[in-house]
Design a protein around this ligand. Structure first.
Ligand SMILES: [Zn+2]
Length: 698
């Protein structure tokens, strides 16, 4: 998704993202037995016998806390491991290499959906079959359902999201598991296990099973349901308004789906609060959408029956889309109604299939203009880009084709080739939201939303908990893409340093704090901070190395579900160094480096530079040394490189801080050429509250 006021450019802008954010209560859904029994708890260590003994054993009590600068730093050099990730490591599903472990597994959910839209009542009625492949080693005694449309009921918890209309939500009318009907009206099961369901009026529901689903077997759910799409002028937040009157429908989260069950936490019972996004299973979607004839339908997947729903003219125009980069009009603004926009008839059924995706979105309107162009995916060839929009909004799509083409081609080169057979841009009230092969976006957010096809659509991260793993990487990508569009080099200097101005704000949640509960700085935590972190990483290992490593991560986790630990360990492995300290401070804390030069003293040919770090986060010592134009020859130093005839950059690794001292004396001996100016962190990559003290003399 895109948050309009919190783009990469605005650090502080994002502070204003959600002033009225409210936190929902903890998930009301039932807790998974598997998540509480899968791991045996480690024995609790006995308390240290000497704890608190200093004061009572005759020694003086510790002094009150001193100025932080007077206290040695205890630098943490590893990342915290939670019980969930420890358990996964022990089970071999995850690995310290950062690649999927030898025992890695994930569930698959295959959907066959038939949905009918009635524009007059603005309601979708559907029936669906879900085949759940239990690829886990666990017996599943329940199935957790996601009923996201229940956020439109008046009685559920919500974050900073206001639906345009209160509806009766997702109304499940019939439900079967493996052919057995579930009594929807029965009270929650007690005593012996029996088939039942709770939470159908919440965004997370749970089906308890009389017979657990055995490991490596399947279960079959059949669900009949209906949901009214919320409309009106007053929705706030993406996905909260899904139609314009009865003329355009943009359904999202529109069908009952199965929650994630993973090796880290068992069933994911995080409620849907609105702002934070999703965590879904991959699987095959076979979807039939029944709408009035004349209405154009777009969506995830590939249209299976163009000869049944399109005119001969539209099919002929589509057949030429891959031949050139030009924009082809498939259905023009003057082609409206059955027999002109679509095949003739009363109602038509549009059939889409997507082989391996983690969601399905669609849109429909009677007045849609349909245009198409192509992108050429490296190593794969041309694919179509479709655009459907209302004719009076054509100006918002005038550049959407070239922008989307550039994004698909650029990001394919940057990471791994775009894996899907098409991309569609859909007009509507929610403009800045992503789904597999579909972006609800005009040209304004097209670059950002296309980037989401890599995460979470291909690399299936848990956005509800770790929004930075998709929005944050996305923002970093957008900086690179924008520079490439302008035919310039991306400038990541200054980004890392700028975090020093935010660090210390009490409302900032660390990035590892679940984004669902990110509070007023959700936008900064989820969107803006990651490019700053990756700017600093580039300042240590080089931006190209960072990008090569992320490309490897994207490939290793394609159509899988990495955790933050997998990312961290993968990067350490790919970059060939233990960056535990780096990840710890960026992801688990809100600390900064706060570097400075205390003094520089020259004696003979030697200059001793005292570098100081007042923050808790360490960094390498990088000094730019500018020499006088003339004088003795400049001798080489093993840790220095000349950037021009009178400028050297000298680097000491971060290890110089690991003994806890807050100052480091850098010895420069270049043979006696006069040093005119020394700058700590010349590329401005390390978080710093006050960069003015980074130069000497001053
Ligand atoms: Zn986004």
């Amino acid at each position: 998704m895109i948050v309009r006021c919190a783009l990469a450019s605005g650090l502080l802008a994002s502070l204003t993202l959600a002033p009225g954010w409210t936190m929902g209560p903890p998930a009301a859904a039932t807790k998974s037995p598997a998540s509480t029994t899968a791991m045996s708890l480690p024995a609790m260590p006995a308390p240290a016998a000497s704890f608190g003994a200093a004061a009572v054993a005759g020694r003086p009590a510790p002094a009150p806390q001193q100025e932080p600068a007077a206290v040695p730093r205890a630098i943490r050099r590893d990342v915290p491991l939670t019980n969930a990730i420890r358990g996964a490591m022990a089970a071999g599903t995850r690995d310290f290499s950062g690649r999927p472990g030898p025992a890695y597994w994930q569930l698959q959910a295959d959907y066959t959906i038939a949905a009918r839209l009635d524009p007059a009542s603005q309601t979708i009625t559907g029936d669906e079959t879900i085949v759940l492949h239990n690829n886990s080693p666990d017996e599943l005694s329940e199935i957790v359902l996601r009923l996201d449309h229940n956020i439109f009921r008046a009685t559920v918890p919500r974050g900073f999201s206001v639906p345009a209309e209160t509806t009766e939500g997702m109304v499940v009318t019939r439900l079967w598991v493996d052919g057995q009907a579930v009594d929807l009206g029965a009270p929650a099961a007690r005593g012996p296990r029996r088939l039942g369901v709770t939470g159908l009026d919440q965004t997370v529901a749970s089906i308890s099973l009389a017979t657990p689903i055995a490991p490596r077997s399947t279960a079959r759910l059949e669900i009949e349901w209906r949901t009214k799409l919320p409309g009106g002028p007053d929705g706030r937040g993406h996905r909260m308004t899904q139609r314009w009157d009865d003329t355009l429908f943009q359904p999202t989260q529109w069908y009952p789906r199965i929650a994630k069950y993973d090796d880290l936490r068992g069933w994911d019972t995080s409620v849907y609060l609105g702002p934070a996004e999703f965590y879904n299973n991959f699987g095959r979607f076979d979807v039939r959408i029944n709408v009035p004839a004349g209405w154009i339908v777009s969506g995830t997947g590939v249209l299976q029956n163009p000869e049944e729903v399109l005119t001969a003219a539209a099919r002929e125009r589509l057949s030429r889309v891959l031949d050139a980069d030009q924009i082809t009009t498939i259905v023009g603004p003057d082609e409206v109604g059955p027999g002109r926009a679509t095949a003739p008839g009363e109602r038509l059924v549009w059939h889409f299939v997507a082989d391996m995706v983690n969601d399905f979105a669609w849109a429909t309107a009677e007045k849609f203009v349909w245009q198409a162009t192509r992108a050429t995916i490296p190593g794969k060839g041309p694919i179509p880009i479709h655009m459907v929009f209302l004719p009076e909004r054509a100006n918002l799509f005038a550049n959407a084709g070239p922008i989307s083409r550039h994004a698909l081609e650029f990001y394919s080169d940057l990471w791994v080739p775009y894996p899907f057979p098409q991309l569609t841009l859909q007009d509507g009230p929610s403009a800045g939201m992503e789904y597999p092969m579909v972006i609800n976006s005009n040209q304004g957010a097209a670059d950002h939303e296309v980037a989401h096809q890599w995460w979470p659509m291909m690399v299936g991260t848990n956005e509800t908990w770790y929004g930075w793993m998709d929005e944050g990487f996305d923002q970093y990508m957008n900086i690179l893409s924008a520079a490439h569009w302008r035919d310039t080099e991306p400038d990541l200097d200054g980004l890392g340093q700028s975090y020093g101005r935010i660090s210390g704000d009490e409302s900032e949640p660390p990035m590892m704090w679940a984004a669902n509960y990110g509070g007023p700085m959700y936008g900064f935590q989820t969107y803006s901070k990651t490019p700053l972190m990756l700017s600093m990483l580039g300042g240590i290992v080089g931006d190209q190395a960072v990008q090569r490593a992320i490309a490897g991560y994207a490939e290793a986790w394609s159509f899988k579900h990495p955790s933050p630990w997998d990312f961290v360990f993968f990067m350490n492995d790919a970059l060939g160094q233990d960056l535990g300290w780096f990840w710890y401070y960026w992801l688990w804390t809100t600390e900064s480096v706060d570097g400075s030069i205390d003094e520089a003293v020259t004696s003979g040919s030697r200059t001793m530079v005292t570098v100081r770090q007042d923050g808790q986060m360490p960094s390498p010592v990088v000094l730019e040394v500018r020499f006088a134009r003339s004088g003795p020859a400049i001798d080489p130093l093993p840790n220095a490189r000349m950037v021009d005839a009178t400028t050297a950059v000298v680097t000491w690794p971060v290890d110089v801080w690991f003994d806890g001292s807050r100052t480091f004396t850098a010895e420069l001996d270049f043979g006696g050429r006069t040093i005119e100016r020394i700058t700590f962190d010349p590329s401005r990559r390390f978080p710093d509250r006050d960069p003015a003290d980074n130069v000497w003399p001053r």
